[in-house]
Design a protein. Structure first.
Length: 464
């Protein structure tokens, strides 16, 4: 049993997980549907968003150089990192030169991708996660399970118990407002006392050298503005040509992620504090991270670089909503994670992920930049087959099936016998146990098939 299979088994056996995921994903799905319906010509806007990202990816070197020049003209220092290790070394080095004992970190999936929390811990630098959901994750010692709602896998009741055990001044009332206030009391002093603030970037604006962050809690602003040093870690694909392009992408991001017209806090940072400014960091460092993105662009995965990390694909994914995010094992879960993780961590170690999809196409249907996720997953499956990564049992079974379909009469006879055998195994229209289908029936019942095969029904229809 592979690591992915073990994690899936564990997730499917957890009844609380399904409740927690369904609460958030179901709400997100409903709110997005309302927001998209109210958006004038959403499909045209989606086409434009995809075109903006494709243009940037095709001209990535040009826009990155423009961003670097304008960011440095505004007083920021730009660093380049080819790998996750180089990125972490750069960030830790900046923190050490600043004499930092503690850092306040605003949520960033790129930071998770490069292993920044672990690198800071190894360097002896205290890290405080200021996003409410990331705060929950840090207190519980877990990894994020979603890119927008990292603590999606936890119920309100579980969070309440965690805060009561770990907060200095826990909430007295069992309400969300009281729990949020408890977290605010716990985090506020840590944010204000931090020596360094670390953030990600939703977008990098090439023609101004600005960095855009999007939050619903204002924690990015409190993590970045008071400390002496601000460090940004961002993937190189986050650059857009200009502010109007960023505004268009923001309209797509918010509606797809949370169903809102705009998030509560959308902030643009252009360089460190200047003369006359009342606040802001004294230094601003921007670490631009490749970590396989250039290789993705050159190896047929350029469309994946459109991704704006909204999470809509996983909110609508029937597989994700059954197993949650941790089962995927990587930084990025869901359909987008099934494409990204093999690119970042290798296909041989993540072959199972590319098969964790029903190919129903819902993920592409809701993607605000129209990423052909099913097509990209099929590409990984084909590569896995060509490179001999599929188990011999699978290869033999498919070989047997291929031989069968080349002999139509034999195939129809086998199908007819299989359908009738399955009907005999059914009770009240459902099959709870079936040979060779234990992976399905262990956690759910299989619907009984029709009494005859499709070909038999088709032939009967033609005779009429």
């Amino acid at each position: 049993m592979s690591g992915f299979t073990r994690r899936v088994e564990h997730a499917l056996a957890d009844p609380v997980l399904k409740i927690a995921v369904e609460r958030t994903a179901g709400t997100a799905e409903a709110k997005r549907a309302i927001a998209v319906t109210a958006f004038p010509d959403f499909e045209a806007a989606r086409t434009r968003a995809a075109a903006i990202k494709d243009h940037v990816v095709a001209n990535l070197g040009h826009y990155l150089q423009e961003f670097e020049a304008n960011a440095e003209a505004a007083g920021a220092t730009v660093h380049w990192a080819r790998t996750a290790e180089e990125a972490c070394e750069t960030v830790v080095g900046i923190c050490k030169r600043a004499g930092a004992r503690s850092v306040a970190r605003s949520k960033s999936m790129l930071g998770e991708e490069i292993g920044l929390p672990h690198a800071l811990a190894e360097a002896g630098i205290e890290r405080v996660e200021t996003d409410l959901a990331e705060h929950i994750i840090q207190l519980s010692g877990e990894r994020p399970s979603h890119i927008v709602w990292p603590a999606m896998h936890k119920t309100r009741e579980q969070v309440s118990a965690l805060f009561r055990a770990r907060h200095r001044e826990p909430h007295l009332e069992e309400t969300i407002a009281a729990m949020a206030e408890s977290a605010r009391r716990h985090l506020r002093s840590a944010m204000l006392d931090a020596d360094v603030g670390i953030s990600g970037a939703n977008f990098l604006i090439a023609d101004t050298g600005s960095v855009c962050t999007v939050t619903n809690e204002g924690n990015a602003e409190l993590s970045i503005v008071p400390p002496r040093v601000h460090i940004v870690t961002a993937g190189i694909e986050k650059v857009v040509p200009s502010l109007p392009h960023a505004i268009h992408m923001l309209r797509m991001l918010a509606r797809s992620a949370t169903g809102a017209a705009l998030t509560q806090y959308t902030t643009f940072y252009t360089g460190p504090r200047r003369a006359g400014d009342r606040d802001g960091p004294e230094e601003m460092h921007i670490v631009l991270v490749d970590n396989g993105r250039t290789e993705m662009r050159e190896s047929g995965l350029a469309e994946m670089l459109r991704c704006i990390r909204c999470g809509a694909c996983m909110n609508h994914c029937v597989v994700f909503r059954q197993i949650g995010g941790h089962a995927y094992g990587g930084t990025y879960p869901g359909p987008m994670g099934a494409v990204l993780t093999p690119a970042l961590d290798g296909l041989s170690a993540n072959r199972d992920l590319v098969h964790a999809c029903t190919m129903n196409g819902k993920c592409q249907e809701v993607c605000p930049v129209n990423i052909p996720l099913p097509t990209l997953l099929r590409g990984w499956r084909e590569k896995s087959w060509r490179e001999g990564l599929e188990p011999q049992t699978v290869r033999r079974a498919l070989g047997l099936w291929a031989w069968g379909v080349r002999h139509p009469r034999l195939y129809r006879l086998g199908s007819a016998l299989a359908v009738r055998a399955m009907r005999m195994a059914a009770r009240a229209g459902w099959i709870s146990r079936l040979p060779l289908a234990g992976g399905w029936t262990r956690h759910r019942d299989l619907p009984a098939p029709e009494s005859t095969t499709f070909m038999e029904q088709y032939a009967r229809g033609r005779r009429r």
